[in-house]
Design a protein around this ligand. Sequence first.
Ligand SMILES: [Zn+2]
Ligand SMILES: [Zn+2]
Length: 296
Amino acid sequence: MTTNDTPSTQPTHRSRFRQFRDLFNKGPVILGYIVAFHVLAVLAFTQPFHWHYLPVMALFYVWMGLSTGLYLHRYLAHRSFEMAMPLQFLFAFGSALTFMRSPFWWAGQHRVHHQKSDQPGDVHSPRDGFWHAYVGWVLKSGDRTMEFVRAGHGIKQTRFTRVLGASDVQILLNTALCSGLYALWGPGGALWCLYVPLVLSLNMTWCVNTFCHIVGYRNFDTPDNSRNSFLLGILTFGEGFHNNHHAKPQLARAGMRWFEFDFIAWLIGGFERLGWAWDVRWSLPTREQSALDQAG
Ligand SMILES: [Zn+2]
Ligand SMILES: [Zn+2]
C-alpha cells in the first residue's frame, strides 16, 4: 500500500503505453516489419499488374526517395538549406511512409556515419561486414540510440515531425494507406502500388550506404572509402554520388561533374527560385574549396 510520502512504483497507464510504443523500436520487431514488407512486395507478383498502377507506384517511389535524400539527408542531417513548412510536412510524411523511423534518429545516425566513416564506430561501414552495412545495423542500433540523439542535437523538432517519427504511427499510416488502396483496387492495388515502391526505396538507401563504400569511381581523395555510382546516382535522384558528398557534405548538391545528374539539387534549385527554399549552400567558402581542390 502506498502513502502520500512514498511514491508508487507501480507503472502508470502512461508509462505502460510508452513501453508498448517502445516495442516498435526493438530489433526483432523492426526485423519483423522489414521481412513483412519484402514478403508483401514479392506477393505483388502473384497479382495481375495493371498499367494504371504505374503512375501511383512512380509517385510513391519518387516521394519516398526525395523524403530520404532531400529531407532526412540534405535538409535535416546536413542543414544544407532551409525550406518552407508545407514542404517539410510533405517530406516528413513521405519519410514516415518509408519507415525511416524518427527523423532525428536518422539524422543523428547519419552524422555519426560522417564523423567515423569507415573507421571503428561507423554506423554502417562494409568493413564490418556486407550484411551489417546493408541492413544489420538497422536491427542492432538500439543500444546506440542516445549517441545518435546526441549527434542530432540542434536539429529543429516540430510537433508533426515528432508524431510522424514514431514507429507505431508509421505502422498505422502504412496500414491505413494499404487499406485505402485495397478498397480502391483490391489486393493487387495495395501490393503493387505501396509495397513494391516501398521495398525498392528502402533497398536503394541501403545500396548507397553499402555499395557506395565498396565500388565506383572517386573524384576526391577522402580519408574514407566512399565512391560514386552513376547507376545508384540515377536511381536515388543524386544520392549515389557519394564520394562527392563525403568530400563536401555541407553542400546541397552531390553531383559535381556534367554527367552526375543530381535531381535533388535541381529540385532544391527550383524551390529556391520559387522562394520555397533559401540559405542554400551551393559552394564552400573559398579557403575550404581550394584545400579540397588540392586534395582532389
Ligand atoms: Zn557514406
Ligand atoms: Zn551525408
